[in-house]
Ligand binder design. Structure first.
Ligand code: COA
Length: 260
């Protein structure tokens, strides 16, 4: 499939999706969100893809937010539709993908950019990264999950402060807050993400999907995370991956998982 706003590369079970609008600091316009939706569906159904890395093109920005120029004249109904559409096509889509997604935050992650990073399962930032939710400075609030996911990651107090001040924090502070998992020099960012991906790729795809669903359930209002864990744990016993993993252990060999 071809994309106007994305670059896609594959290596050793790892698909890297690069948002490629560097002259607009990779801002998320509707066309890019639609393409990301398609790219996620494509990665989900491709058995050769076991882990995804999402990053931004150029040295300056991961994603500098939703495309302000595109929504500046929207009505109330259009604003609501923009948010709902984005949740469904991109932000919830990433979070609920059955394959681990790593955000390689290579610069500014602002507004929708930070919201995209927070929807990913793991975040690695380069040391030049700056993260923030500047929306209230534009007269709007974070509308792609920021009010919920930031509070889950860093706690309600820090989330309120970050949203109220519309300020940016540097990568090392984001690490201290628990907003990112690792900070590395910019020229080592993709290597670090690929190192993490390589550690994930050797594990069972069916178990990884089950783990994502179980962890996510703990953050879904009305869902019972521990009950979901019981169901997902039990479900693993019916997979070929489980038979392979346990047989390999007993036969003292490396497991060769197929994701079945
Ligand atoms: N939406 C649309 N265009 C954006 C954008 C966004 N969120 N962020 C950056 N751009 C565009 C700029 O308009 C500019 O385009 P132009 O050359 O056609 O005018 C280009 O990207 C480069 O950005 P510029 O502002 O010149 O770079 P800078 O280094 O001076 O500043 C930022 C970088 C990130 C501080 C600044 O671009 C910014 O504040 N962006 C908006 C961040 C934001 O509020 N995001 C939340 C949106 S809800």
């Amino acid at each position: 499939m071809s994309y106007a706003n994305l670059l896609i590369t594959d290596a050793d079970g790892v698909r890297t999706i690069t948002i490629n609008r560097p002259d607009q600091l990779n801002a998320l316009n509707r066309a890019t969100i639609d393409e990301l939706d398609r790219a996620l569906n494509e990665a989900d159904t491709d058995r050769g893809v076991r882990v995804l890395i999402i990053t931004g093109s150029g040295p300056k920005a991961f994603v500098a937010g939703a495309d302000i120029k595109e929504f500046a004249h929207f009505s109330v109904a259009e604003g609501q539709a923009l948010s709902a559409d984005g949740h469904r096509k991109l932000f919830d889509h990433v979070e609920r993908l059955n394959k681990p997604v790593i955000a390689a935050v290579n610069g500014f992650a602002l507004g929708g950019g930070l919201e995209l990073a927070m929807s990913c399962h793991v975040r690695v930032a380069s040391d030049n990264a700056k993260l923030g939710l500047p929306e209230v400075g534009l007269g709007v609030i974070p509308g792609y999950g920021g009010t919920q996911r930031l509070a889950r990651l860093v706690g309600k107090g820090k989330a309120m402060e970050m949203i109220f001040t519309a300020g940016m924090i540097k990568a090392d502070e984001a690490l201290q807050w628990g907003l990112v998992n690792h900070v590395v020099p910019q020229d080592q960012l993709l290597a670090k993400c690929n190192e993490l991906a390589a550690a994930i790729v050797k594990n069972s795809p069916t178990a990884l999907g089950a783990a994502i669903r179980a962890v996510n359930a703990g953050y879904e209002p009305g869902a019972n995370g521990l009950q979901r864990e019981i169901e997902e744990f039990g479900g693993c016993f019916g997979t070929a991956d489980f038979k392979e993993g346990t047989s390999a252990f007993m036969e003292k060999r490396k497991a060769n998982f197929t994701g079945a």
